[in-house]
Design a binder for this molecule. Structure first.
Ligand SMILES: Nc1nc2c(c(=O)[nH]1)N[C@H]1C(S)=C(S)[C@@H](COP(=O)(O)OP(=O)(O)OC[C@H]3O[C@@H](n4cnc5c(=O)[nH]c(N)nc54)[C@H](O)[C@@H]3O)O[C@H]1N2
Ligand SMILES: Nc1nc2c(c(=O)[nH]1)N[C@H]1C(S)=C(S)[C@@H](COP(=O)(O)OP(=O)(O)OC[C@H]3O[C@@H](n4cnc5c(=O)[nH]c(N)nc54)[C@H](O)[C@@H]3O)O[C@H]1N2
Ligand SMILES: [Mo]
Length: 873
C-alpha cells in the first residue's frame, strides 16, 4: 500500500510543499479576533512559491471527518478526499443557518484537524527507551525517563517486552503493583487479576458528588432551561463562564440570541473574557476560588434588603427546601445550625455581610448589594456558572450555596428563570438529549480490585512516590478514608487521557514516573505521557478508523467515516491490547467478542430520536441489504432516515422552532408539586442543611465541612498570598494563579499544531497594574514560581485581568530544562501541587505564585522544534 506521503506526491493537484502551504493559507484566513494573547507573532509568512489553488478541485469525495476531542463541541467537519489524499476541509452546509436551527459549524481547531492528524510529528513506529532493560529496579534506569534516547523496535518486540515484564511484576509483587488508566489494556489487566485505578473530580470539581445529595442538578442539561426559553431571561448573571473559548460549537451564538432578545448581562469573574465582550456585559471582577464568600455576602445582602425591596421568595423556600431557617430544619438536627443564622452571624458573632465577603473575594460591598438585587425574586434572572469556580479547594458546598441563592430568589422551574451550570457541551442550552447513538454491545469487564482499591487523582503521584494513600471508595461512593500501603511498579497509559500533563502536581508526577519499573503509553504524538515512558506505541487517529458516532449538544448526532488509510505502522488501542492480552495467556474474545463493524452496527440499530410527545423512537432505518452489506448480525427496522443517508450526510439534526414540543424548563415538575415529584435527596427537597453531605465528606478525612454551606479558606487560596491577611501584608507568593481553558487547544490536544501555535501564542495574562508594578512589559519573558514548580512564559498585560490574579492557560506540554528545573512551555500543572480537600477535588484554580521578569528570551512556541525522535525518522 502506498504511504500517505507517496499518495500526496502522486497527486496531480498537489506537491507536498504546496499541500501544506495551501492548507496553511486556508487556516490563516480563519483566525478570529478576541483576546488570544497580545504578544505579536514574530513569525514571518514563508516567502515560498505560491500554493496551488485547490479551491476549484471538486471531483473528490467529501467525507465526514471526526473531531473527537474533549472541548465540549461536536461540530460537523468534512474533508475533501481525492485519490486517498485530503485536499481541504469544510464545515456544516447541510442546511441553511438560522438561530433556531443553527448549522453545527467547526471552530479554528477543528478546521485545523488535518494539520493535527497529518502532522510531521505523528508517531510512526513502536519505540523503546534505550537504557530501559527488563527485570525491574536499576535495570529500568528510571531516572533517565524524559531524557533518554529512543530506539525503533518491531511490534512483536514491543508486545514481548511488555507482556514479559507484566508477568514478572505480577509474580514478584502481585496485581496491586499495576496502575492503569482504564483503557483497553486495563480490561486485559482486569482479566489478569486486576489493577489499581484512579478516580477524581476532573471537569466538575465539587459538582461531582454534592449536587444529587443536596438537590441541584449535576449537569447543565438537567439544570438550566432550553436555549429557546433562555431568550426569555431579562437579567443574566454569569459567575464565571466563557463559551466563546471553552464551549466549542454554538453556545456563544445562543448567548448572542439572549442579547438580541433584550437581556442585560453582568459578569462576575477575575477575567473579562470574550463571551462577556460579545454581549457587552458589565464586569464585576472577583478573585478566583472565593465564590463561597461572595455568595454568602449576596445571601446576607438579600436578607438585609428584603424588607425594603422584597427580594426573597419565602413561599419557594418554605415549600421546596429544608434548613434555611430555624423553623425549617430537618428532624433531629439542632435548630441553631440553620443557614440564615449563620449568614446573619447570630451564633458565631460574624455576620457574613457584604463587607466581610468583600475582603475575601475582592468585590466591593456596593456591588455585592447590587448583585443581591439583580438575583431578587421579581427579576426574570438566569444565574449561570461553569464548573471552573468549583475546580477549587474547599468548594464542596458551592453547588449547595448556588442552589440556596437560586431558591432565595425562587429561580427554579419557571420560564426565563434558572440557576445552575452552563458549560462544556451544554453551555447556554439545557434539556435532556433528543437524539443519541446506541450502545456498541461490548461486555463490561470488571476490575476485581476496583471494589477495594482506587487512588484519588490528587494523591496518585504522592502514592507512587511515598507508597501510601487514602482509600475513599471511588468517585461517588464516599466511605471512611482508610490509609493503605501501595508499591506501584507499572504505569500504563492506555486510554484517551494525558494524565501526567493534566493531573495536579506534575513535578511529583514526573518523580512517580521515574520511580517505577515500567511505563507504557499509547499515543499519536510525543506527548508528556509518552516522553516519560519506556515504550511508546503509535496509534491510529479517528480519521483512520472505520467510523463512529460523536455527540455534543442535545439536538445533533454526528457519524464520521474513515477519511484516510492507516498511517505508517499505527494500530488501534484495541488491537494492541488484544496482542498483549494473548501473550499474557488471555482470551481476547472475552473483551472483544465481535469486531469493529458489528460494534458500529449495534450503535446504528440502537440510535434513538425523541418525538415531540417525548417518546424515544428508532433513528435509523435498517434494511436486509444494509445488514448483508455490513456483514453484521441484526434485524431490519424502520426509523427516520436510512443508514446510507446518515453516513453520507454525516449528521442528523433536529430542526427547532420556539413553539415546538422540545422546550425544557428545568425542575418544572418538582417546583409545581414537590410532594408528588420529590428530588433524590434524603428529604426529597432541596437541602440547604444537608447532614448526609457533611457526613460523607468528613468521613473521607481530607478536610471538614458543615451541613450548611460555610466559608473555609482553602490551603492555597487568596489568604495564602499574604503573610498576614488581617493586616494586608503580602507573602512570598503574592498572586493567585488559575487556568483558563484556552483556544489553541482542547486541553493538551492540538498543542503541537503549528498553525494553531501561530494563531494563539499561549502567553501568561496579568493585569496592567501588576505588570507596571513589576516592571513587566508586553512580550517580556517572565518566570512564574509556585510552592511546587517553575515555568517560563511571555507576558500579556491586559486590562481584562483583575489585579492580584494571573491567568496561565491550561494544557501546554511540559518542556523541562533539567539543569535549571524550569519548564519552558508554561505547563499549568508544574505550578499546582497534590493537595487533598473535601470530596477529592482537583483544585486547579486554587493556586498561588509569583511572577518576575526573566532575562533570557523565550522563542515563540511556533518556532520551537517539533518533537520527532530520530527513531521515528
Ligand atoms: N492545571 C489544570 N489542570 C487541568 C485543568 C485545568 O483547568 N487546570 N482542567 C482539567 C479538566 S476540566 C480536564 S477534563 C482534564 C483533561 O485531561 P485529559 O483528558 O488528560 O486531557 P486531553 O488533552 O483531552 O487528553 C487526551 C489525550 O488522548 C490522546 N488521544 C487522542 N485520541 C486517542 C486515542 O484514540 N487513543 C489514545 N490512547 N489516546 C488518544 C491525546 O493525544 C491526548 O494525549 O484536564 C484537567 N487538568
Ligand atoms: N478551547 C478549549 N475549550 C474547552 C477546553 C479546552 O481545554 N480548550 N476544555 C473543555 C473542558 S473538558 C471543560 S471541563 C470546559 C471547562 O470550561 P469552564 O469550566 O468554563 O472553564 P474555564 O474556561 O477555565 O473558565 C470559565 C470562566 O470561569 C472563570 N473562572 C475561573 N475560576 C473562577 C472562579 O473561581 N470564580 C469565578 N467566578 N470565575 C472563575 C474564568 O476566568 C473563565 O472566564 O471547557 C471545555 N472546552
Ligand atoms: Mo473538563
Amino acid at each position: 500500500m502506498a504511504s500517505y506521503m507517496e499518495k500526496v506526491r502522486q497527486s496531480s493537484e498537489l506537491s507536498r510543499r504546496g499541500f501544506v502551504k495551501a492548507s496553511a493559507a486556508a487556516t490563516a484566513a480563519l483566525a478570529v479576533g478576541g483576546l488570544a494573547g497580545c504578544a505579536p507573532n514574530k513569525v514571518e509568512p514563508a516567502k515560498e512559491d505560491k500554493a496551488p489553488d485547490v479551491r476549484n478541485v471538486t471531483d473528490g469525495t467529501w467525507v465526514t471527518a471526526a473531531c473527537w476531542h474533549n472541548c465540549g463541541g461536536r461540530c460537523l467537519n468534512k474533508a475533501l478526499v481525492k485519490d486517498g489524499v485530503v485536499i481541504r476541509q469544510k464545515t456544516d452546509d447541510t442546511h441553511e443557518d438560522s438561530p433556531d436551527y443553527p448549522q453545527q459549524r467547526a471552530c479554528v481547531r477543528g478546521r485545523a484537524q488535518r494539520n493535527h492528524v497529518l502532522s510531521s510529528d505523528r508517531l510512526k513506529y513502536p519505540m523503546k527507551r534505550k537504557s530501559w532493560q527488563p527485570g525491574g529496579g536499576e535495570n529500568s534506569h528510571g531516572d533517565m525517563r524524559g531524557k533518554d534516547e529512543w530506539e525503533r523496535i518491531t511490534w512483536d518486540e514491543a508486545y514481548t517486552y511488555i507482556a514479559d515484564e507484566i508477568k514478572r511484576i505480577k509474580d514478584a509483587h502481585g496485581n496491586r503493583a499495576f496502575f492503569a488508566d482504564g483503557g483497553p489494556v486495563s480490561k486485559f489487566l482486569s482479566l489478569y487479576g486486576g489493577y489499581i485505578g484512579h478516580w477524581g473530580t476532573t471537569s466538575r470539581g465539587a459538582w461531582t458528588y454534592t449536587p444529587d445529595v443536596v438537590g441541584i442538578a449535576p449537569q447543565p442539561n438537567e439544570g438550566i432551561n432550553d436555549r429557546l426559553d433562555m431568550r426569555n431571561s431579562e437579567v443574566v448573571v454569569m459567575f464565571g463562564t466563557n463559551p466563546a473559548w471553552s464551549s466549542a460549537g454554538n453556545p456563544a451564538y445562543h448567548l448572542l440570541q439572549m442579547k438580541k432578545a433584550g437581556a442585560k448581562f453582568v459578569a462576575v469573574d477575575p477575567f473579562y473574557n470574550d463571551s462577556y465582550a460579545l454581549v457587552d456585559a458589565e464586569w464585576i471582577p472577583c478573585r478566583p476560588s472565593t465564590d463561597m464568600a461572595l455568595f454568602l455576602g449576596i445571601a446576607n445582602a438579600m436578607l438585609e434588603l428584603d424588607g425594603e425591596k422584597g427580594l426573597i421568595d419565602w413561599d419557594y423556600l418554605n415549600a421546596h427546601t429544608v434548613g434555611f431557617d430555624a423553623d425549617h430544619m430537618p428532624e433531629g438536627e439542632d435548630p441553631a445550625g440553620n443557614f440564615k443564622d449563620y449568614v446573619l452571624g447570630t451564633h458565631d458573632g460574624t455576620p457574613k455581610s457584604p463587607e466581610w465577603a468583600s475582603k475575601i473575594c475582592g468585590v466591593s460591598p456596593e456591588n455585592i448589594r447590587y448583585l443581591a438585587e439583580l438575583v431578587g425574586k421579581d427579576n426574570k434572572a438566569a444565574i449561570l456558572m461553569a464548573w471552573a469556580s468549583a475546580r477549587t479547594h474547599n468548594a464542596d458546598c458551592l453547588p449547595q450555596l448556588v442552589m440556596t441563592l437560586g431558591a432565595m430568589g425562587g429561580h427554579f422551574g419557571k420560564s426565563g428563570h434558572m440557576c445552575g451550570l452552563s458549560c462544556h457541551s451544554r453551555s447556554f442550552s439545557g434539556g435532556t438529549y433528543l437524539i443519541g447513538a446506541g450502545s456498541n454491545g461490548l461486555p463490561s469487564i470488571k476490575n476485581p480490585l476496583a471494589a477495594t482499591e482506587s487512588i484519588n487523582d490528587t494523591e496518585m503521584w504522592n502514592a507512587i512516590v511515598d507508597g501510601k494513600y487514602t482509600y475513599a471508595g471511588g468517585s461517588t461512593k464516599k466511605v471512611p478514608g482508610e490509609p493503605r500501603e501501595v508499591d506501584i511498579k507499572l504505569i500504563y497509559h492506555d486510554s484517551m487521557n494525558a494524565k501526567l500533563q493534566t493531573t495536579d502536581g506534575q513535578a511529583k508526577g514526573i518523580e512517580a514516573h521515574r520511580k517505577v519499573d515500567l511505563v507504557v503509553t499509547h499515543s499519536l504524538f510525543m506527548t508528556t505521557n509518552a516522553a516519560y515512558s519506556d515504550f511508546v506505541l503509535p496509534i491510529e487517529s479517528y480519521w483512520e478508523k472505520e467510523g463512529g458516532f460523536l455527540q455534543g449538544n442535545r439536538e445533533a448526532l454526528i457519524y464520521h467515516s474513515k477519511v484516510i488509510d492507516r498511517m505508517y505502522e499505527c494500530l488501534s488501542d484495541e488491537e494492541i491490547a488484544s496482542e498483549i492480552g494473548k501473550r499474557l495467556g488471555l482470551n481476547s474474545e472475552e473483551v472483544f467478542p465481535f469486531g469493529v463493524k458489528q460494534q458500529l452496527f449495534n450503535q446504528f440499530a440502537g440510535a434513538y430520536i425523541v418525538d415531540e410527545a417525548g417518546e424515544k423512537q428508532p433513528l435509523v432505518t435498517i434494511t436486509e441489504d444494509d445488514i448483508k452489506e455490513w456483514e453484521c448480525e441484526g434485524e431490519p427496522q424502520e426509523g427516520v432516515l436510512g443508514m446510507k443517508e446518515l453516513i453520507e450526510q454525516g449528521m442528523y439534526q433536529i430542526p427547532r422552532s420556539p413553539d415546538d414540543g422540545y422546550t425544557y424548563i428545568a425542575y418544572e415538575k418538582f417546583v409545581q408539586d414537590p410532594e408528588a415529584n420529590p428530588l433524590k435527596t434524603a428529604s426529597g427537597k432541596q437541602e440547604i442543611y444537608c447532614a448526609p453531605l457533611r457526613d460523607a465528606i468528613n468521613g473521607i478525612g481530607y478536610s471538614k465541612i458543615e451541613a450548611i454551606p460555610t466559608y473555609v479558606p482553602p490551603q492555597e487560596g487568596v489568604e495564602a498570598t499574604y503573610s498576614d491577611f488581617e493586616v494586608g501584608v503580602k507573602g512570598d507568593y503574592p498572586f493567585q494563579v488559575y487556568n483558563p481553558h484556552y483556544l489553541r487547544r482542547s486541553h493538551t490536544v492540538f498543542d503541537n499544531v503549528q498553525w494553531l501555535r501561530e494563531t494563539w501564542p499561549n502567553p501568561v495574562f496579568i493585569s496592567v497594574q501588576d505588570a507596571k508594578e513589576k516592571g513587566i512589559e508586553e512580550g517580556d519573558t517572565v518566570l512564574l514560581t509556585s510552592p511546587h514548580g517553575k515555568c517560563l512564559r511571555t507576558a500579556c498585560p491586559t486590562q481584562r485581568f483583575m489585579p492580584g490574579v494571573i491567568g496561565l492557560p491550561h494544557g501546554a506540554w511540559v518542556d523541562m530544562d533539567e539543569e535549571k528545573g524550569i519548564d519552558r512551555a508554561g505547563s499549568d500543572n508544574i505550578l499546582t501541587g497534590q493537595i487533598q480537600s473535601g470530596q477529592g477535588v482537583s483544585g486547579w484554580n486554587t493556586c498561588i505564585g509569583n511572577i518576575e521578569k526573566y532575562q533570557e528570551e523565550l522563542a515563540p512556541d511556533c518556532e520551537q522544534p517539533m518533537r520527532i525522535p530520530e527513531a521515528q525518522m
